[in-house]
Design a protein around this ligand. Structure first.
Ligand code: GLP
Length: 236
């Protein structure tokens, strides 16, 4: 079931999600599923400003670009270090290794990590085309961790973080949709008019692999924190 919560700002969305995190930690949550992109930034800011201690927690991230080193500022490992891990040390932080020489072995390694660390609370953004993680439209709902060819629209959307579009990697390792759906609770952030179609489809549309986030309708506990612009195409 999806609960849509209208928020005035990323800051308010971050505070609302922080309250959910606190509730889940009090109930014994051990593993956080984390996401990159601009949408979760308000949440990470709220977490950094909190007095929460994560030294007993494990994190697993959704995805990582293939071919970027961990110390490349565009890598998702770097993003996580900057926005969360340096301020809030965890017991362990797992991300796919985008530099692995043997990608098949890396997929197997990551799948084992996910199996050993069931996610209590999964943080998500959403792509303009409704992708979650890097699971692009057309991805099977049964998909596990895989190497993904990024769609031109995703490469374009993410080019703003790179000097030039040619620098954006064309492949990523991403947790699969079936992995994401195993999380006990899911919190998705969406801000801005660019996300309005994706949110309307995810919440009101048919559950279809053409819009990966629509599968969230089948999950027992999903919160979407979104602003007016992102909710502008939602039915009342
Ligand atoms: C990327 C990430 C997704 C993220 C999406 C939206 O493609 N792999 O995890 O949700 O972008 O990003 P943003 O929040 O910056 O709009």
């Amino acid at each position: 079931m999806i609960k849509v919560v209208r928020v005035a700002s990323q800051e308010e969305g971050g505070q609302e999600a922080l309250a959910i995190l606190k509730e889940k930690l009090a109930a014994g949550a051990q593993t956080l599923g984390l996401a990159t992109g601009s949408s979760p930034l308000g949440f990470y800011e709220a977490v950094r400003a909190s007095d929460l201690d994560f030294s007993h927690l494990t994190s697993v991230n959704l995805d990582e670009y293939v071919g970027l080193a961990a110390d490349n500022p565009q890598s998702y490992r770097y993003f996580m270090e900057e926005n969360l891990f340096q301020a809030k040390p965890f017991k362990a932080n797992y991300l796919p290794n985008g530099e692995a020489a043997d990608l098949d072995a890396e997929l197997a390694r990551y799948q084992e990590i996910l199996e050993a660390h069931p996610v209590d609370l999964q943080i998500l953004g959403i792509g303009r085309n409704g992708h979650i993680g890097f699971n692009e439209p057309g991805t099977s709902f049964d998909q596990i961790t895989q190497v993904v060819d990024l769609q031109p629209s995703t490469i374009e959307a993410n080019a703003r973080f790179f000097d030039k579009i040619e620098d954006v990697p064309t492949k990523a390792i991403s947790m699969g949709i079936s992995d994401i759906m195993k999380a006990k609770t899911i919190v998705l952030f969406a801000y801005g008019a660019d996300k309005a179609d994706a949110i309307a489809g995810a919440v009101n549309g048919p559950v279809t692999e053409e819009l990966p986030a629509s599968i969230l309708q089948n999950h027992p506990e999903v919160y979407i924190f979104a602003d007016d612009a992102a909710l502008s195409k939602l039915e009342a």
